[in-house]
Ligand binder design. Structure first.
Ligand code: NAD
Ligand code: UFG
Length: 339
């Protein structure tokens, strides 16, 4: 069975490709390398001892996509390709709507015109918005997103749902990720943000490795147990395994299904800093700063549905997440760049 993975050289995509190859799937990756590096292909092959096909392709280029989808039998597509920087999306909303939404429409057209009816999409907990109670559960109505990035996720969910209503032969799986962190235990692939990291764990790792002086914790006056925000952090390898389960699920089920992929346990920013220090025996300097616009005080997943219907649960704990994040960072202080 052949799986097309868009954005497959990126952070979550690369870990998912490893799990797909280890599960015996043939994998074709397309990526425009906007936020990833060609080196990732070789590292995936090194980890798995298996081959994959990589084609440099932009999902905004429908003709290039058609060349990929028409020449090969594709059974299922996992769609990661997209821009994901929340703050940048506020500054450049049209870039985000064009890349993420137009790109997805091109992809779905190209896949369905060429006989692929199974699509798994990288969505986000951000679609629950600020209105819903926690923990978030799939039956809740979606809420108001706090950024254009979030709206692209919410809108793409709707576009795929509508496409499925028009074509009942489609299988659409919407995976709502909580906060992926960690890296492959080999330390060969991991998260490598360009510029100043927006997300917590890459920032902590870069402080630990000496690339940044200190972490600023955005707010310590929230109504949470220690005043800092709480999130549902999930190991990226667990998340990747969730995608393999989703591919199996899509092979057997038509229609649109939504699954939360989280652990169900929230940790605060301070707890993450402390766990990182303890797991790795290294100090992380931090200061408290102002709240970051758009941050919710806390949210986490109810992942019962994924357990029941996908047969998936997260297995790795916070110590694993902190150890593997650091193992990746210390072995690749400059990420995939060799300078
Ligand atoms: P990433 O940036 O590492 O990976 C995305 C990949 O898509 C990159 O390799 C990039 O080069 C590629 N890409 C972007 N636009 C493209 C285009 N037009 N054509 C072809 N390739 C393109 O991000 P990630 O963290 O691996 O996230 C993967 C997906 O999961 C994204 O859709 C993201 O929005 C979603 N997601 C991520 C998180 C998170 O915290 N990392 C949380 C929820 C959802
Ligand atoms: N934080 C800091 N300092 C930093 C970076 C982050 O204190 O330098 C805090 C944030 O304020 C937040 C927590 O760490 O309280 C987690 O922040 P992240 O940016 O790592 O993650 P978010 O929960 O803000 O956002 C993530 C993804 C989004 C996704 C959202 C909901 O980045 O793509 O989860 O799923 F939309």
């Amino acid at each position: 069975m052949t799986v097309l993975v868009t954005g497959g050289l990126g952070y979550i995509g690369s870990h998912t490709v490893v799990e797909l190859l280890n599960s015996g799937y043939e994998v074709i990756v397309i990526d425009n390398l906007y936020n990833s590096y060609p080196e990732v292909e070789g590292r995936i092959k090194e980890i798995t001892g298996k081959d994959l096909t990589f084609i440099k392709c932009d999902i905004l280029d429908k003709a290039a996509l058609d060349l990929v989808t028409s020449k090969r039998e594709i059974d299922c597509c996992i769609h990661f390709a997209g821009l994901k920087a929340v703050g940048e999306s506020v500054q450049k909303p049209l870039l985000y709507y064009e890349n993420n939404i137009t790109g997805t429409i091109n992809l779905v057209n190209s896949l369905t015109e060429n006989g692929c009816k199974k699509i798994i999409f990288s969505s986000s907990a951000t679609v629950y918005g600020e209105e819903n109670d926690i923990p978030y559960i799939e039956t809740m109505k979606k809420g108001t997103c706090s950024s254009p990035y979030g709206w692209t996720k919410s809108m793409i969910e709707q576009i795929l749902t509508d496409a499925n209503t028009a074509d009942p032969e489609l299988s659409v799986v919407l995976l709502r990720y909580f906060n992926p962190i960690g890296a492959h235990p080999s330390g060969r692939i991991g998260e490598d943000p360009q510029g100043i990291p927006n997300n917590l764990m890459p920032y902590i790792s870069q402080v630990a490795v000496g690339r940044r002086d200190h972490l600023t914790i955005f707010g310590n006056d929230y109504k949470t147990p220690d005043g800092t925000c709480r999130r549902d952090y999930i190991h990226v390898v667990d998340l990747a395994e969730g995608h393999v389960k989703a591919v199996e699920y899509a092979a057997k089920n038509k229609g649109t299904s939504i699954f939360n992929l989280g652990t169900g346990t929230p940790y605060s920013v301070l707890e993450i800093v402390n766990a990182f220090e303890k797991a790795n025996g290294i100090e992380v300097k931090y200061e408290f700063g102002a709240r970051r616009a758009g941050d919710l005080p806390e949210f986490w997943a109810n992942s019962d549905k994924a357990k029941k219907e996908l047969g998936w649960t997260a297995k790795k704990n916070l110590e694993d997440m902190c150890r593997d994040s650091w193992n990746w960072q210390k072995n690749n202080p400059n990420g995939y760049r060799e300078d």
